[in-house]
Design a binder for this molecule. Structure first.
Ligand SMILES: Cc1ncc(COP(=O)(O)O)c(C=O)c1O
Length: 494
């Protein structure tokens, strides 16, 4: 049995290593293919040893993945061994940077199996930066449409502001409770309705950062056949799933590298199909994006391809760490990560739903599908009191910290999925104004949310059975809880 027993008993309940060993044996018996992911148990002890040395249970992989110790060593070696200069030049140190930046670009395209004559890889600060590039340059005009699913990160929702500023129509395809999926028949209707527009942009996530639902990649062709350009937000999908851009051909794919392999932060990419990229109209020019510019003749000659979209100097010291991270993922295997996350998620979903109070009432409410089918390793839920009220998510944070457990609480920047999960109607939201002087807590009360949001557990490349088992050990703290402290900190932002 390769599971590391935490060094100290967490939280208020006695921790029983024998119970962990028994539970892991039963889990492995039920999921024999889990043994094929043993490489992750080995790496957990070496590359990610800091987790168990400190007794940390990390369950926020959708927030950010974890880096292996060797990624940092390898990156430091690259920086120590050679001198790198600003790549906007042709001197030797500049050329050394250019070689590594272009090598990383090619490695990213290779990772996603994206043909170089079909896709460009544009380096950005993060997935949000990639989405902003599309939003601000998409040629929206009156009669054009921006369509998005309710299930989207706010960094996608923000594109509606660019659309509206150019007079375009915006629309949302709702989710269906309780599974938080999109009805495909309804989606087709939305896609068909906007037919006459010249420019139509549709955006959805390959995997929800709220519910873990995986939305169909078949929608890409479905929309493109109807004249839409398609953004598939893959920020929460690619850390644990294979994306093959030789098989599916979204026009725009935003990602963040820290979500894939933990390090470096501050770097993401926009993978863009070349014909779609050519349709974008940049609202400005800058250093790094022009062949030539002058002030007296008002001349601007823009560069093309990825260079047109990389403003100023790229993060040339950080970018080499991307190739190191991809090599690390390659050694583990993305399919191995998928398989492991699927098995652990199945166990955790069942365990959470089986958690009951002494009177037999359910102690949790899960948002999204109740089984593992068509979902990734992200689970959002609330603990319930025995009388059915929701346990304040801030109290969950307090107890989780005592157990050294890292989870996320709130609405995870996914407004539409949160609104559906908490049954907030359009009428309620239109009627509720966020008035001057209010804080988020006042607004939550005004719209009648039962608590400030959900609890999100997400699994990733270094997750092991002990993590989910310790989480369930922590979860039992909420059995039969009827009262919580009144002095929880105010909620200031979502
Ligand atoms: C689905 C999804 N899209 C976009 C983002 C934004 O990513 P970033 O904050 O790295 O820009 C996130 C972050 O959690 C996400 O989960």
């Amino acid at each position: 049995m390769s599971t590391t027993v935490p060094p100290s008993a967490p939280g208020g309940l006695p921790f029983d290593p024998a119970a962990l060993a028994d539970a892991e044996a039963a889990f492995r018996g039920a999921h024999p293919a889990f043994a094929e992911t043993a490489i992750i148990d080995e790496l957990r002890a070496t590359e990610y040893g800091r987790l168990d040395e400190r007794g940390d249970v990390y369950l926020d992989y959708t927030g950010g993945s974890l880096y292996a110790a060797s990624q940092i060593d390898d990156h430091l070696r690259v920086l120590r061994d050679t001198t790198y200069g600003n790549p906007h030049s042709i001197n030797p140190t500049s050329s050394a940077s250019t070689v590594l930046v272009e090598q990383a670009r090619a490695a990213v395209l290779r990772w996603f199996n994206a043909p170089e004559d079909e896709y460009a890889c544009i380096f950005t600060p993060n997935a949000t930066g990639a989405l902003r590039l599309v939003g601000e340059a998409y040629p929206f005009g009156p009669d054009d449409t921006f369509l998005a699913t309710f299930d989207n990160h706010n960094s996608v929702n923000g594109i509606r502001e660019f659309a509206r500023a150019h007079g375009a129509r915006t629309a949302y395809v709702p989710l269906e409770a309780p599974d938080l999926r999109v009805n495909e028949g309804l989606l087709r209707r939305y896609l068909d309705e906007a037919a006459p527009a010249r420019h139509k942009l549709f955006a959805y996530p390959a995997q929800s950062n709220f519910s873990g639902v995986k939305h169909s990649l078949d929608w890409i062709a479905l929309a493109q056949e109807r004249g839409w350009d398609v953004i598939v937000d893959c920020a929460a999908f690619v850390p644990t799933n294979r994306l093959d851009l030789s098989r599916v051909k979204p026009d725009f794919v935003p990602i963040s590298f820290y979500k894939m392999f933990g390090y470096p932060t501050g770097l993401g990419a926009l993978l863009a199909r070349l014909p779609a990229l050519e349709r974008l109209e940049r609202p400005w020019f800058s250093g790094g994006t022009v062949v030539a510019a002058n002030v007296q003749g008002d001349l601007v000659v823009p560069l093309s391809g990825h260079a047109l979209f990389e403003d100023g100097t790229v993060n040339y010291l950080g970018i080499p760490a991307i190739e190191i991270g991809l090599d690390h993922l390659e050694r583990i295997g993305i399919d191995t990560i998928s398989q492991r996350v699927a098995a652990l998620c199945t166990w955790l979903l069942e365990a959470l739903q089986e958690l009951r109070h002494s009177d037999g009432s359910p102690a949790t409410r899960i948002y999204g599908p109740a089984t593992r089918d068509g979902r990734g390793g992200t689970i959002s839920f609330n603990f319930l009191h025995p009388d059915g009220r929701m346990v304040d998510e801030r109290f969950v944070d307090v107890i989780a910290a005592e157990h050294r457990i890292s989870v996320r609480t709130g609405c995870f920047c996914n407004s539409g999925a949160g609104e559906t999960a908490f049954s907030l109607s359009k009428d309620t939201l239109i009627g509720a104004e966020f008035a001057d002087g209010m804080i988020l807590d006042d607004y939550i009360r005004l719209i009648g949310m039962p608590t400030g949001g959900a609890v999100r557990v997400s699994l990733g490349l270094a997750s092991n059975f002990a993590d989910v088992h310790r989480f369930m050990h922590f979860a039992t703290e909420f059995r039969d809880v009827t009262d919580i402290p009144a002095d929880l900190p105010p909620r200031l932002a979502c």
